[in-house]
Design a protein around this ligand. Structure first.
Ligand SMILES: Cc1ncc(C[n+]2csc(CCOP(=O)(O)OP(=O)(O)O)c2C)c(N)n1
Length: 318
């Protein structure tokens, strides 16, 4: 799929993620969901663009705790994500993983991880396994730019490069590590430049443009499958909400979020679609259809029974 068709699919996916995140925020604020929740509003183009370049029958995605958007892009139904956060038995991991630890390998989404940077070495393992099982699997590890200072990420990049593993390291650079502007804690905030030190290909792209993300990831997949080794992609973006629900964001300069709203991925993509001849009414209909879908998903998730406490020891290995 190319051109306008691909853009409309991306817009639909991004709406599905955004409406789901907004619903989750509402449910968290009402007390229906408990615990820490990290939303990805504003970063949706990365997930929609990247997943459209993967072959999920064999490729594997390793997101972080900010992983709802990755799951939905991989095809996990919003109802299964919302039910998971509500602790329902119908959740994608039976209500056991919650916001930050659910997994959906049947969709190519191999589990969120709350340990910053921990997905990178795990992705190397999945890529190495793919070399032996003959699948030709590409593993995509996604993490924030703050994770670029984690030892595990350095080890993973060195290992992947030395072994020429088919790993895509995708940095979601939203310019903040938790509540700290990342530029304050590094000498250079051009993270893609670190690729050359590992002997990897590296580039920085507009992470608010799903087509740019698709192009970069498609190129990386081709390079990985050819045996040329890993790729580092730094996708520039902004999160439009707090690091966690309840974050007052006093560390953000006045006007920053308003400026980000002008170029955020959905607004941006709708502008491009409109310029390409899609009329405003068609875009509004698409938005309404996905909004209604997420409303229904939330109602169904709320109506489902809580996970049976008698099953608490299932899937526990020690
Ligand atoms: C190993 C580890 N250290 C510290 C933390 C606490 N922590 C949670 S999120 C976060 C910031 C991560 O920033 P970044 O990688 O840029 O990702 P973002 O949250 O912006 O998506 C930190 C330090 C953690 N979860 N794991």
């Amino acid at each position: 799929m190319t051109g306008t068709d691909a853009l409309l699919v991306a817009i639909e996916t991004m709406h599905r993620i955004r409406f789901t995140e907004e619903m989750i925020a509402e449910l968290r604020n009402r007390g229906e969901i408990v615990g820490s929740v990290h939303l990805c509003n504003g970063q949706e183009a990365i997930y929609a663009g990247a997943v459209s370049a993967l072959d999920l029958t064999r490729d594997a995605v390793f997101p972080t705790y900010r992983g709802h958007g990755w799951a939905i892009s991989c095809g996990v139904p919003p109802e299964a994500v919302i039910a998971e956060l509500l602790g329902r038995g119908t959740g994608i991991s039976g209500g056991r993983g919650g916001s930050a630890y659910f997994t959906a390998p049947e969709y190519g989404m191999y589990g969120e991880n709350s340990i910053v940077g921990a997905g990178a070495p795990i992705a190397c393992g999945a890529a190495l396994a793919g070399r032996f099982d003959g699948s030709g699997r590409v593993a995509l590890a996604a993490f924030g730019e703050g994770a670029m200072n984690q030892g595990a990420v350095h080890e993973a990049m060195n290992f992947a490069s030395a072994m020429r593993l088919p790993v895509i390291f995708l940095v979601e650079n939203n310019t903040y590590s938790e509540l700290t502007p990342t530029a304050q804690v590094v000498r250079s905030d051009q993270f893609y430049r670190r690729a050359s030190a590992y002997g990897m290909a590296g580039e920085r792209i507009d992470g608010n443009d799903p087509e740019a993300v698709h192009r970069a990831v498609a190129g990386a997949v081709e390079r990985c499958r050819s045996g040329a080794g890993p790729v580092l992609i730094e996708a520039m973006t902004q999160r439009l909400v707090g690091h966690y629900i309840g974050d007052a964001q006093q560390y953000r300069p006045a006007g920053e979020i308003d400026a980000a709203l002008e170029v955020e991925p959905i607004v941006r993509a709708e502008r491009v679609a409109h310029a390409a001849g899609i009329d405003a009414e068609a875009l509004a209909q698409l938005r309404l259809r996905v909004s209604a879908e997420v409303e229904h998903a939330a109602a169904a998730a709320l109506a489902a029974p809580l996970t049976d406490p008698a099953t608490v020891l299932e899937h526990v290995y020690a």
